[in-house]
Design a binder for this molecule. Sequence first.
Ligand code: LFR
Length: 470
Amino acid sequence: MSRRFAAVDLGASSGRVMLADLSDGLRLTEAHRFPNGPVRVAGRLYWDILGLYREILTGLRNAGPVSSIGVDSWAVDYGLLDESGALLGNPVHYRDDRTRGVAEHVAETAGAATLYETSGLQVLPFNTIYQLLADRLDGAATMLLIPDLIGYWLTGELGAEVTNASTTGLLDVRTRSWASPLIKQLGLPAGLFPPLRQPGEAVGGLRRDVAAEIGWSAPVRSVASHDTASAVAAVPATGPAFAYVSCGTWSLAGVELPGPVLTPESRAANFTNEAGIDGTVRYLRNVMGLWLLQECLRAWPGADLGDLLATAASERPFAAVVNPDEPGFLPPGDMPARIAAECRRTGQKPPATPAAFVRCVLESLALGHRLAVRQAMELSGRDVEVVHLVGGGSRNELLCRLTADACGLPVVAGPAEATTFGNVLVQARSAGLVADLAEMRSLIAASQPLRRYEPSGDAHAWDEAAARIS
Ligand code: LFR
């Protein structure tokens, strides 16, 4: 058996097919990378799912034969299939506004406390539960989350991988099975939800036509198909006293626990209990993440990120900070204008140059990381000695440094490709090449370049800035 594995990893701004080789250590190469983003059609935001599928096939063709393939992506979004297995309509993007008011309505009818005690999920307007209630389900026989949909197209096998299913709001957080009473109470058809799969289980062999198209065949294996679950599995922690920030389009900041925290205080702080691998709980909150920066860059065609970051590093600290999680920042649009408006609303002078905006965004994100990490520690009782910052954001030195300063804790940055590592190492574990989660983590810690940032700077100034946005 070869020691090569392919990871299909779809992020909100780009997708990639990566090839991992474990024959001598752990080596990753990129087989194909492609852009991803929302497509607005007649006022609705969609994903270009068929375009993504075509790029995935190109990537697999480039990757060449492997032992197995794993697929992960962002969470919550889905495709609906009819009785015959055909896709009904195009998957809608979670930043679409069709769920406006739905979460409030569901909280009134089902009870916010009951919902939290059942699913343990933070309330985000785009959770699958709200999207399904906003959609027309006529003719829908099956709901497949994005990685499960790709897996279905590759193999013909239906299923729902559990880490991603935990982001729907319809999974029972204690039993890790579909929350049937809630599903019934909401009037959703029970048959929509396919049997659950665990990370590491087989999905199936490639369909013959798919194998013919890419030129080789291999089984698809279920991984922690929620990208954040894969990223957290790949945090190179060497002991239990760590927090993490999985930083890409979103920053997912929190701790890993053996069981959920479902207290009223946890619900009030909008912390989520998402399913991690091996029965762990990803106790975290979503922070708006590098989306703020990505949308600023979209408003400044021609701007060079490297130059902006270098200038931002010497901008005046704390000139202006915003709460990164303002709901108004969620949809696509003119981000600098929205940030400037938020500064004015909170009595601060808006940034005057792109570099000053970048400074404002990164300090605001660091404050978001600080609040989430500190609350995760308080609400769970978990001790934290180090913050692991993984994902693309770990390449952003200024953000890493600001996060260490804001949290008052050392930050260990990397790997940037944590999601891919989590994806391929779950496959490698099923192939018997790695023993357990601890070994996966030590393999990454030993083989990947990591950078440590010690906290420095003026703790009092961070307290003052935090108070400004609370
Ligand atoms: C990160 C992520 C988050 C989820 C958001 C929307 O890529 O998966 O965990 O809350 O995207 O699906």
